[in-house]
Design a protein around this ligand. Structure first.
Ligand code: PHE
Length: 449
């Protein structure tokens, strides 16, 4: 087999797990999960999320890592190698990476603004005025893009792994500090109640689709990210262990993010249903009222930047690996092409908060619960609720029926050398349960059943 020069490898097993967990833990955990849980029935949403995580998330995670390690190729190359007809599914993943990055880098930019702003009091920033302005958010988006690019430029072991090894443990410590601070504020109990008291009456098809989209988004699944990260693994690494450790770390951080946010919001009598603006619009007001709030705010936004960066590098890596493996482009050039394309797409996303607010990319389709959306919201919707679950569905069909679970299990167990007692259950999950579950959630989310 032709070895692709300059692909790179993880330097250590722990490094890989941290980098993959770094990809998973991101704005999805800190920014999306808490407000989605808050809006959709609190603990009831968390319950649905955990169910889908166990049924679909972990199944797909193992499948992606296995395809990646087996083929040692980027997302598109991996599908192509196993069955040329399926290459387009990998290609859809690369496209998805561009679309996610387009809005992800915008929010990453907001976090940088808030980090610097926190020294003078982040509460002084007018969130609405800031994000609707034409130029300033774009400059921060560009800064975020450059930071992401620098890490990816330095490669797998030297860039991504090193950066994750520093940022991930710090992130873990920071979120615990903030969560403890928040839960010990007087009046924190009401927030805990709101976040953790299940309200099952809020659960409907739409909410379940939102939870499923969140599982895919939060675990970085359905678009070849874990295929790509898995492709830098050596054969002696335990895939099954990674397939539960990464989701476990991811879920712990998402849960802690809720514990950091809701008690504080309630302690100061703020509105918990702030939606996407919850983290930026409301938290700074909360920090403003806490002793040493400047310190906590700075730490918090640094945490957000770290989390966003370790995810953004994995998205840029999907694009970079594609150009390196498929187009034989040098890593340095591939990463530049990737980040430039991403920044160009990020421009309308950022502007859709203000100047382009009335430009609708997706029109309203009331019968399918789809509102009219601008660039930012459309890209978020198309990726989280459509492309990622669809990518996961196709991956399950591919591994279950085209490549075959026997061959996949052979890769997982390294030819039978390693034990995989849950292999039989996993096969059933990949072949039947996960695809049917994804399809049903799709149909009910879009009002078809
Ligand atoms: N998992 C990341 C988050 O939760 C986002 C992401 C999605 C990263 C898809 C890579 C691929 O923020």
């Amino acid at each position: 087999m032709k070895e692709i020069v300059g692909r790179g490898k993880w330097a250590s097993k722990a490094g890989f797990v941290l980098a993959a967990a770094g990809s998973a833990v991101g704005l999805g955990n800190l920014w999306k999960f808490p407000y989605m849980a808050g809006e959709n029935g609190g603990a009831a949403f968390v319950f649905v999320y955990l169910l889908l995580l166990g049924l679909i998330g972990m199944t797909v995670m193992l499948a992606e890592l296995t395809v990646g390690r087996h083929t040692q190729l980027d997302a598109l190359g991996a599908y192509k190698k196993l069955s040329a007809k399926w290459a387009w599914v990998g290609g859809m993943g690369v496209l998805c990476a561009f679309l996610i990055m387009a809005f992800y880098t915008v929010v990453g930019g907001w976090a940088i603004k808030y980090f610097f702003g926190s020294f003078a009091g982040a509460a002084n920033i007018d969130f609405g005025a800031f994000i609707t302005a034409p130029m300033e958010p774009l400059i921060y988006t560009l800064v975020f893009c450059v930071l992401t690019w620098v890490i990816v430029f330095y490669g797998i072991g030297g860039g991504i792994e090193k950066a994750s090894k520093i940022m991930m443990p710090l992130l873990f410590i920071f979120i615990i500090i903030i969560a403890v601070r928040s839960c010990t504020l007087p009046g924190a109990g009401a927030g805990l109640d709101y976040y953790l008291n299940p309200d099952f009456s809020k659960i409907n098809g739409e909410v379940i689709l939102a939870a499923m989209g969140q599982v895919f988004f939060s675990l970085s699944l359905g678009m070849g990210c874990m295929i790509t990260y898995g492709s830098y693994l050596d054969r002696d690494s335990s895939l099954t262990q990674s397939a539960w450790m990464i989701p476990a770390l991811d879920t712990t951080i998402a849960f802690l993010a809720g514990l950091a946010i809701f008690p504080a919001v309630f302690a100061f009598g703020m509105q918990p249903d702030g939606g996407p603006g919850l983290m930026f619009g409301i938290l700074p007001q909360v920090f403003d009222k806490i002793p040493a709030g400047t310190f906590f705010a700075a730490i918090f936004f640094l945490l957000v930047i770290f989390a966003a960066l370790t995810s953004a590098i994995s998205l840029l890596e999907v694009v970079t690996a594609y150009f390196v493996d498929e187009k034989s482009v040098k890593r340095s050039v591939a990463s530049v092409i990737g980040i430039m394309g991403i920044f160009i797409l990020a421009i309308p996303c950022s502007l859709s908060m203000g100047a382009l607010a009335n430009v609708h990319v997706i029109p309203e389709i009331a019968a399918m619960n789809i509102p009219a959306m601008g660039f930012f919201d459309s890209f978020d919707f198309l990726t989280s609720k459509v492309m990622l679950p669809l990518g996961g569905l196709l991956l399950c069909i591919f591994v279950g029926w085209v490549w075959g679970t026997d061959k996949a299990i052979d890769e997982i167990t390294e030819g039978g050398g390693k034990s995989f007692p849950l292999g039989g259950i996993w096969s059933i999950l990949v072949k039947y349960i996960a695809p049917v579950a994804i399809l049903m959630v799709f149909l009910s989310g879009f009002g078809v059943i």
